[in-house]
Design a binder for this molecule. Structure first.
Ligand code: HEM
Length: 430
């Protein structure tokens, strides 16, 4: 669904609720300075700022359908234009959980996600009898769908000897190998199931995860989670946002139908996965304080792009194709071959492309009192080996390595969206 564009003159469209504009995070995201116009009568005024994202208007009434209306349709949250917030959660299936428990959980999750994406509750907030716990926790009442999408993944553990599904395991689904410069924290690795909830209101995303984790109780326990904000990638109708290093992120990403077919949507390696994809999740810590002290010329050399415009150092504008061969007067390539884009670009990797759908995150302060923040790096690919291939190169030689550490990691199969009356992964149990 396309977002509405802001009207000229900086007047928000009716679709933007007053609450959205009052909410600090979203107000900032909209490029709106609240307060400038608060008069004696308490009337809110807005002053448009000139940031690129200020031209994007969020409509919190927008919703994405959950059920597939055709065959081999992907789950929402992969190709969907990135919403502004994301909560990722990985789960372990409880010891003793049976195949039937897994089926019931996937069925209950599917029914609940359909409700949540429509902006509805998953059941009564206040039981009719007036006693007992509510089925829905209630904190998203009145907030609207906010473009929520929830994407469900199945980890390699689902196909071990516990559920009789070993024969249905896709050949491409395997734990990621150890990669150069991994600094993985065992508490942030793996999981049997994953949920990625993205929305334009952080409370809508968090509410979805909370209700779904509640539904899982007894069958699955939470393993690790990351709260993401400030999308660090762009859909075709969106401007390129910035990551916490201050650089535009998402300039060159998969966009065309042909590239989605070639690099994202899974084939019939296993029937039940056709039209699905694989999700690779990395929690990447960024040493922000050290980065902030670095010389701007060095920062630009590290990425191979200019900081403000995001243009490749070989010349041109943000969307000019980088030229990795062009040299300066001293005979050096203008884009350093150890720069992030030189190592990651498909031109230098036999054409390999991945879909990046990352978000910034912050966990407050680390044990040294420094900012603990980074990138919730969410990738979709029809072969996790494509990510592995790129990360082998980046982890070994990327100039960026001095400033980042991969601390969390997991891989999941993302089945296609179910038709109404069915549930995610149902054909797996047929
Ligand atoms: C904290 C870690 C990372 C940061 C801050 C970061 C940031 C960036 C930035 C600023 C760009 C240039 C703009 C763009 O084209 O989107 C970029 C490009 C790219 N990054 Fe990263 N990135 C990170 C990690 C990774 C990882 C782990 C991979 C894959 C293993 C990766 C793959 C790519 C690819 C494929 C491109 C496009 C290169 C091109 O075709 O020009 N990045 N990244």
């Amino acid at each position: 669904m396309t977002r509405e564009r802001a009207q000229a003159g900086g007047v928000p469209r009716q679709g933007v609720s007053r609450r959205a504009l009052l909410g600090g995070g979203i107000a900032a995201g909209l490029g709106v300075v609240a307060g400038a116009g608060i008069g004696a009568g308490g009337v809110l005024g807005y002053q448009r700022v000139s940031a690129a994202q200020a031209d994007e208007t969020i409509d919190l009434r927008q919703s994405h359908p959950f059920y597939a209306t055709g065959t081999r349709m992907p789950q929402p949250g992969v190709r969907t234009s990135p919403q502004r917030y994301c909560v990722f959660m990985a789960f372990d299936l409880a010891s003793g959980a049976l195949t039937r428990d897994l089926q019931v959980l996937l069925a209950r999750w599917s029914a609940a996600i359909a409700q949540l994406q429509a902006g509805k509750t998953v059941g009564a907030v206040v039981p009719v009898s007036g006693v007992g716990a509510g089925q829905d926790t209630g904190e998203a009442l009145d907030l609207g769908p906010a473009s929520l999408t929830v994407t469900v993944g199945l980890g390699p553990g689902v196909f071990d000897d516990r559920f009789g599904l070993a024969g249905r395991k896709p050949a491409k689904l395997a734990e990621l190998p150890t990669l150069p410069s991994d600094r993985l924290d065992p508490a942030l690795v793996g999981g049997d199931l994953s949920l990625q909830a993205c929305a334009d209101d952080p409370q809508v995303a968090y509410h979805a995860i909370r209700d779904l984790a509640r539904i899982a109780r007894g069958t699955a326990t939470v393993r690790w989670t990351v709260l993401g904000f400030g999308r660090a990638s762009a859909g075709p109708d969106q401007t390129t946002p910035r990551n916490l290093f201050g650089f535009k992120d998402g300039t060159r990403n998969i966009e065309s139908d042909a590239d989605f077919q070639k690099w994202v949507w899974a084939g019939a390696d296993q029937d039940w996965m056709a039209g699905g994809t694989y999700q690779i999740v990395r929690k990447i810590q960024m040493n922000i304080e050290i980065w902030d002290a670095d010389d701007i010329a060095d920062q630009q050399k590290i990425f191979g792009r200019t900081k403000i415009a995001g243009a490749p150092l070989s010349g041109g504008q943000e969307h000019t194709t980088p030229d990795f061969a062009v040299k300066d007067a001293a005979g050096r390539t203008k884009i350093d071959m150890r720069s992030h884009i030189a190592l990651a670009a498909h031109e230098n990797n036999d054409g390999v492309k991945i879909l990046r759908r990352p978000y910034n995150y912050t966990d407050g302060l680390n044990q040294y009192g420094q900012l603990d923040a980074g990138l919730l790096f969410l990738v979709y690919a029809n072969d996790p080996d494509h990510f592995v291939r790129l990360q082998r190169r980046l982890g070994a030689s990327d100039l960026l390595n001095e400033y980042v550490a991969h601390v969390g990691s997991a891989v999941f199969a993302v089945p296609p969206a179910p038709a109404e009356g069915s549930y995610i992964g149902q054909p797996l149990f047929a």
